[in-house]
Design a binder for this molecule. Structure first.
Ligand code: AHM
Ligand code: MG
Length: 336
């Protein structure tokens, strides 16, 4: 069987890109290189003094781990020298990072990323991930500006994630389906392993943090109860699976069928996950695979961006399951 590397695949598919083909190809290739470097560090995380907290808190008020910073630095460095983006937004940086250097002066894209999602799992050898979302700039020239990031998810030109798991995978879309690549460590290349991924219409897995049950909206409480009921015709009860690493949970559900929910809670009344660099890119991938992503009421990718680190509830996965959860949300909205 012919092995197709990520680099070969990107070049072969670049005619599908509507705009600035060479630049987008190079940008995706740069992301692949940074991913390999981060993967190398994640892999040896138990061996070197890289584990543990730095003692700092990030803009979200959360503890920052050393690997979060490492991943952030690696991606920023790769993107800055690549010259294809004029600004970067990251979960780890309060403000956007405009890029003002010679190689980036004609850059046509901006990128938003969560360099290491699920970072509470790093210390315990559980999968973590990187999520990225690419937009065409709307500002005219010079370093990118905030308005370049205030675009709806429907404007994304590409999005993807890297999962640092039992193997390292890169999954991405440019709006023409979803393809997955697995890193072959013996040759140091991402190789096409999951072409044209389609998610099942329905599944048998529900994923959410049930520890927050008391704080869920009534619609979510009732939907969880529905998932747990006995019903032969619909194969219920479903299985509960929650890793606490969004990329890993959503990747599993993408392949097997299932629903992932991070609703509003009384503790996080706007939801926990961030629209720009977590929900929109994941929504783009899931929709391209035939699934659905909403905030419980409307489509994630049609939400207006108001601020860089904006949060939103997320209901994402197999279409029939997301629609069923939304029925419960609608029905019990008045009392939640
Ligand atoms: P992070 O970006 O700070 O890692 O937070 C995002 C993560 C998701 O990966 C995961 O699904 C969720 O937060 C877990 O949150 P909780 O521990 O509240 O269940
Ligand atoms: Mg995150």
């Amino acid at each position: 069987m012919r092995v197709q590397t990520l680099g070969q695949f990107i070049i072969e598919k670049q005619n599908d890109f509507p705009y600035a083909k060479g630049e987008l190809s190079r940008l995706l290739r740069d992301i692949g290189i940074a991913a390999k470097i981060v993967n190398r560090e994640v892999n040896k995380a138990g061996l070197v003094e890289i584990l543990g907290e730095t003692g700092e808190v990030n803009v979200q008020g959360e503890q920052v781990k050393k690997l979060d910073i490492f991943a952030n630095d690696q991606f920023i460095a790769a993107l800055k020298v690549g010259g294809e983006v004029c600004a970067i937004a990251s979960e780890e940086n309060e403000d956007i990072i405009p890029i003002d250097n010679e190689v980036s002066k004609n850059a046509k894209y901006v990128i938003a990323m969560d360099p290491l999602d699920g970072s509470s799992n790093i210390d315990v050898n559980v999968s973590v991930g990187t999520i990225f979302s690419i937009y065409r700039r709307v500002s005219l020239s010079g370093p990118g500006t905030m308005e370049d990031f205030m675009q709806r998810g429907t404007e994304q030109v590409a999005a993807g994630y890297i999962i640092y798991g039992s193997s390292c995978m890169l999954v991405y879309t440019t709006g023409k389906g979803v393809n997955g690549f697995t890193l072959d460590p013996s040759i140091g290349e991402f190789c096409l392993s999951n072409p044209n991924i389609k998610t099942p219409e329905t599944g048998l897995i529900y994923s959410l943090n049930e520890g927050n049950h008391l704080h869920f909206p009534d619609g979510v409480k009732k939907y969880v109860k529905y998932c747990q009921e006995e019903d032969v015709a619909t194969n219920r009860p479903y299985s509960s699976r929650y890793i606490g690493s969004g990329v890993a949970d959503i990747h599993r559900n993408l392949l097997k069928g299932g629903i992932y929910i991070y609703p509003t809670t009384t503790k996080s009344p706007k939801g926990k996950l961030r629209l720009l660099y977590e929900c929109n890119p994941l929504a783009f991938i899931i929709e391209q695979a035939g699934g659905k992503a909403t905030d419980g009421k409307g489509r994630i990718m049609e939400k207006n961006m108001k601020e860089l680190h904006q949060r939103t509830p997320l209901f994402i996965g197999s279409t029939q399951m997301v629609e069923k959860a939304m029925e419960f949300m609608l029905k019990f909205e008045a009392v939640s």
